[in-house]
Design a protein around this ligand. Structure first.
Ligand code: NAI
Ligand code: SOE
Length: 389
């Protein structure tokens, strides 16, 4: 019989839905499964929300007090899918209670806060993961494989973007994502960190950054209720406004420890862009390009291609590629956001069963947050800032 591991999920919003779906679907995709996730308890801010979420997402039990749930003896895994201000407190308590922990990104509001989580993780014997799921898109994992195999030589340049438009309308409500106290930062921490994760995963450690960081929309209508509706206007849009105290636009130049250079940009105000999470990287022997909005595709160009066939070509990921054995049997049948979370769940449960820390773990989460801090600091000083490590 396949081992079962009981999960308590703290939070039942957008990511609650994504993670719950992955727990249910992972063994259907990856079989034999490393272990079967059992959806044991869902916790939210009050009993009604928690009970409603548990019914909808298939959890056996529900509760409104995460402190009582994380010490339950029948719980193996704590899954943190709450806004950023509660990640550290819940994760550190869960690690102390001996649980394995998966925590949504950004790991914390600042590098210092993330470091306390990494320290707690090191002290524990637990497996820990930060949920930068986009690197688990098969095309991105294939890019990593090509780079490790030396197919594009030594990396010279990495150009990454994360552009969305859900916050471009100034009448979009002032959700927790626009509050420094809750989110830590704006675009930099929320979506810039996904591109930073790509940069570290594919190229290596970033040593210093030089950034421009701006806030173009300084106030928004106050929002009723806690859940982030991601720009969808509601009745509150005609009501009183509150101050946005986080960034909404970021461009940064990067220097990598291995000599490569790069640039990244992120905004949630770019009309026409939805989930435009991209990178293009060139090395001494070729180039690779990826666009999440066409997530089944990877564009490659190898310098030793015949002269009459030079240029980017498109690989449609499928069974021959990373994670392909668990996904669909024909290339380009089409994967989506859900599959990245299913793969993440598979890798996390494999790590628990094998006892080997996965990547990205809390150390990676802390390093990404330290880079976000450096970008924010450079945005103020408009100078090169070294990344703390
Ligand atoms: P959301 O606003 O949709 O949902 C948050 C949920 O947490 C709500 O149900 C809320 O009531 C609950 N909650 C808040 N404080 C709580 C507490 N102390 N105890 C229990 N429940 C609590 O937020 P969303 O979009 O699900 O974001 C959650 C986290 O996931 C954030 O850290 C965010 O950055 C991250 N995220 C990651 C994504 C990815 O692609 N990896 C995508 C979207 C969000
Ligand atoms: C909003 O910008 C958001 O939900 C982010 O919080 C996620 O991390 C991103 O993947 C999708 O967009």
């Amino acid at each position: 019989m396949t081992k079962k591991l009981n999960v308590a999920m703290i939070g039942g919003g957008f990511m609650g839905k994504a993670h719950a779906m992955a727990y249910a679907a992972m063994p259907m995709f990856f079989w034999p499964a490393p272990a079967i996730p059992v959806r044991k308890v869902l916790v939210d801010v009050n009993k009604d929300l928690a009970a409603d979420g548990a019914e909808r997402y298939g959890f056996e039990d529900s509760g409104a007090d995460w402190k009582a749930v994380i010490i339950r003896k029948d719980i193996d895994v704590i899954d943190i899918v709450t806004p950023n201000d509660s990640h550290a407190e819940i994760a550190i308590a869960a690690l102390k209670a001996g649980k394995h922990v998966i925590c949504e990104k950004p790991l914390a509001r600042t590098g210092a806060e993330a470091k306390t989580m990494f320290e707690a993780a090191k002290r524990s014997g637990s497996i820990h993961m930060v949920a930068f799921n986009y690197r688990r898109t098969p095309g991105v994992a294939l890019a990593k494989k090509f780079i490790e195999e030396g197919r594009i030589g030594a990396i010279l340049n990495f150009r990454g973007t994360y552009l969305q438009d859900w916050s471009a309308d100034p009448n979009g409500p002032l959700s927790w994502r626009f509050s420094k106290k809750i989110a830590g930062s704006g675009t930099v921490g929320d979506i810039g960190t996904h591109v930073v994760d790509f940069a570290r995963y594919l190229v290596g450690e970033i040593s210093s950054v030089n950034a421009i960081v701006r806030t173009h929309i300084g106030e928004r209508p106050l929002q009723a209720g806690g859940l982030d509706k991601l720009g969808a206007s509601d009745k509150s849009s005609n009501g009183p406004k509150g101050k946005v105290d986080v960034d909404d636009e970021m461009i940064a130049l990067l220097k990598f420890q291995n000599g490569a250079v790069g640039s990244i940009e992120a905004t949630r105000n770019a009309y026409g862009r939805n989930n435009f999470l991209t990178f293009e990287t060139h090395g001494t022997k070729g180039s690779i390009a990826f666009n999440y909005e066409r997530m089944d595709e990877l564009k490659v160009m190898f310098a030793d291609d015949p002269a009459d066939a030079r240029g980017f070509r498109t690989i449609y990921t499928g069974p021959a590629h990373p994670y392909g054995y668990g996904l669909w049997p024909i290339s380009a049948l089409g994967i989506g956001y859900g599959e990245t979370k299913i793969i993440e769940c598979y890798d996390f449960f494999s790590a628990i069963v094998s006892g080997k820390q996965p990547s990205p773990n809390f150390e990676d989460g802390w390093r990404v947050s330290a880079i976000a801090d450096a970008i924010l600091e450079s945005g103020v000083t408009e100078r090169w800032v070294s990344v703390a490590n």
